[in-house]
Design a protein around this ligand. Structure first.
Ligand code: SAM
Length: 185
């Protein structure tokens, strides 16, 4: 297949946005896959802030990234990001929903996700990108998808370029990506 799948596409966006030396945020570190990718991308001259509300997720992500010292793990909601991150960031990523193989009753929620997007947008460098991988295949995810798409569709087009990428002929509400690029004006 030549078209990128959802997760490879999200990584391609990280490649576009993040470079060695940058500060970046994994807003939902979960098992640490994106945390590791970000850490390798920004190298030890950069820094990754990784958020999750679950201790189990932070532990899994720490294990996966143990060779990298330039990561700060924060067991708190991403909606509080501005309490922890004050420098400009080039990239942030969310994988919404619940922890794979974890407690499915603990999921990201529309209100806190939108608060976090707003806070992170205020930290973005010109041309920086926020990536959202959205999972509408479960009930809470469907509600979150509607709320996030509503919020993004009303975002000022002078401030950001916002895209949606996904496969429209897949069954069972497949995941898709939205990306918010700070317009640099
Ligand atoms: N990218 C992750 C990986 O590589 O495994 C998967 C992330 S998982 C789909 C979503 C994560 O968001 C869960 O681990 C969950 O605990 C976390 N989460 C839920 N609400 C959150 C919040 N308000 N702030 C930060 N993390 C949150």
């Amino acid at each position: 297949m030549k078209l990128k799948g959802i997760l490879p596409f999200s990584k391609q966006l990280i490649d576009l946005a993040a470079a060695p030396g940058d500060t970046v945020v994994d807003a939902t570190c979960g098992n640490g896959n994106d945390t590791l990718y970000l850490a390798e991308k920004v190298t030890e001259t950069g820094h990754v802030y990784a958020f999750d509300i679950q201790e189990a997720a932070i532990q899994n992500a720490q294990l996966k990234t143990q060779d990298h010292a330039h990561i700060t793990f924060i067991q708190d909601g991403h909606e509080h990001v501005s309490q922890y991150v004050t420098e400009a960031i080039s990239c942030a990523i969310f994988n919404l929903g619940y922890l794979p193989k974890g407690d499915k009753s603990i999921t990201t929620l529309p209100e806190t996700t939108i608060t976090a997007i707003t806070e992170l947008f205020n930290l973005l460098k010109p041309g920086g990108i926020i990536i959202l991988v959205i999972y509408p295949g479960h009930a809470e995810g469907q509600i979150e998808k509607e709320a996030v798409l509503q919020f993004l569709s009303e975002f000022d087009q002078n401030l950001a370029h916002i895209i949606q990428y996904g496969f429209i002929n897949q069954k069972n509400n497949p995941p898709f990506v939205c990306a918010i690029e700070e317009s640099g004006t």
